[in-house]
Design a protein around this ligand. Structure first.
Ligand SMILES: *Cc1c(COP(=O)(O)O)cnc(C)c1O
Length: 413
């Protein structure tokens, strides 16, 4: 007989709240910030902290250059600005990601082309689908390592090479994610990271662009700094159109302190995430994420796929039951991937136009509809994320596993 679920009036697995992540910032960040205030130098130009953040991050992941900007969205936009596509060019990416992956494509007057995700897990891009979506207008591929599990980079790099298309890695959730001995962000032409507050390292909001390509980095630095060439005699030559995505010294100071913690954060999350997967294997209808050994997973969030029919319960009820047991869990993308969200479905972009979708610069009229990416559409309906993080302990892992096992037993009963 299965135990009565808390949602049906039974005793919950856990009654006290989960630990908070707020402990992740403290004295180290305060000391770095105090330096900036004391120096009275808050702008990055002439300051030290942004330089330290850029050099420190580049060193951490073994890259030649890093450029700090105001957000992960800004980092991705800057990467595209550096690549400099023509208006109407196409950029292939996944519909299972943060909207920040797509925003820069549109602001750079390019058309997002959504390829489908892999059939098993349903969140990282399927190389075959990317291949099918290549046209003579494809100008970049943005690969996302969702949840911190590595996408199949060998395949994407091969496609990029074959067609002469740059590959951008969106590593917002993938700090120190490993793929065949290499780190996420170091394999493609450009890597982009987010320092937003939910990410493995944070300064509230911020972003990083990394590359070994001197020319791309030169363009990236100009692009995010209003086209100001800091190495030239006159800044105001404006060689091309840029924007202001300059990070402040205040943000960078916090980022510098966080740099010293991210390896610990990642190691701890790997340990806890793998531990939870070990306890959840073999439950019918429930697919834990790939572990850190197979996918380099750094568990930004711990994502489970719940196949309703096989599991014996709807995802909605699973989440309600989980929360009632005292375990935080939610459906991050609700039930829709990006291409079925209003802005993209209705192409609500600039004024009365649908620019760049309806631009004469485009070589075809792209529209999105249900059925475009069947694996992605199915997987977002099944995904449940659990917020295990570095301040959790074995007890939170045990409670999460116990609650899920309890729900699974009741679902079968
Ligand atoms: C967070 C995130 C972004 C955007 O980063 P912001 O700093 O919030 O702008 C982009 N892509 C992915 C996969 C993300 O998780």
């Amino acid at each position: 007989m299965s135990a009565q679920l808390a949602i049906d009036g039974g005793k919950p697995v856990r009654e006290d709240p989960f630990p908070s992540r707020a402990a992740g910032v403290g004295d180290e960040e305060m000391a770095q910030l105090a330096d900036v205030i004391k120096a009275g130098q808050m702008n990055r130009v002439g300051g030290q902290k942004t330089k330290l953040l850029e050099e420190g991050f580049a060193k951490l992941i073994g890259m030649k250059h890093a450029v700090a900007v105001t957000s992960g969205t800004a980092a991705l936009h800057t990467a595209l600005g550096a690549i400099n596509p023509d208006p109407g060019d196409e950029v292939i990416t996944t519909p299972v990601t943060d909207i920040g992956t797509v925003i820069g494509i549109l602001f750079q007057n390019c058309i997002p082309i959504f390829a489908d995700t892999d059939p098993k897990y349903g969140y990282n891009l399927d190389p075959e689908s990317v291949r099918k979506n290549i046209t003579d207008r494809t100008r970049a591929i943005i690969v996302v390592h969702l949840w911190g599990a590595a996408a199949d980079m060998d395949e994407f790099l091969a496609i990029g090479k074959e067609h002469g298309i740059p590959v951008i890695e969106d590593c917002a959730q993938a700090y120190l994610t490993e793929y065949k001995g290499k780190l996420a962000g170091t394999m493609g032409d450009v890597g982009c990271f987010s320092l937003q507050s939910s990410k493995h390292m944070t300064c509230g909001d911020g972003g990083l662009v990394v590359s070994n390509n001197d020319d791309l980095i030169r363009r990236a630095r100009l692009f995010c700094d209003k086209g100001w060439d800091r190495s030239a005699e006159t800044y105001r030559a404006y060689p091309f159109l840029g924007i202001n995505y300059r990070i402040t010294e205040l943000q960078s100071a916090v980022g510098v302190a966080q740099l010293g913690k991210v390896e610990w954060v990642v190691a701890r999350r790997r340990e806890l995430g793998d531990m939870l997967s070990g306890k959840l294997s073999g439950i019918p209808g429930l697919l834990p994420p790939p572990d850190s050994a197979t996918s380099g997973n750094v568990y930004w969030l711990y994502a489970i796929r719940v196949r309703e029919e096989e599991f014996g319960m709807s995802r909605k009820r699973f989440i309600e039951a989980l929360n009632a047991e005292g375990i935080p869990g939610f459906a991050l993308f609700d039930d829709k991937p990006l291409h079925l969200r209003e802005m993209l479905l209705e192409q609500r972009t600039f004024g009365k136009s649908h620019h760049p979708f309806d631009c004469a610069c485009a070589s075809r009229r792209v529209k999105y509809a249900p059925g475009l990416c069947p694996n992605a559409e199915q997987s977002v309906k099944e995904l449940v994320t659990v917020g295990l993080h570095e301040f959790c302990s074995e007890r939170e892992v045990e409670d999460t596993a116990a609650a899920i096992q309890k729900i699974a037993a009741a679902a079968k009963a």
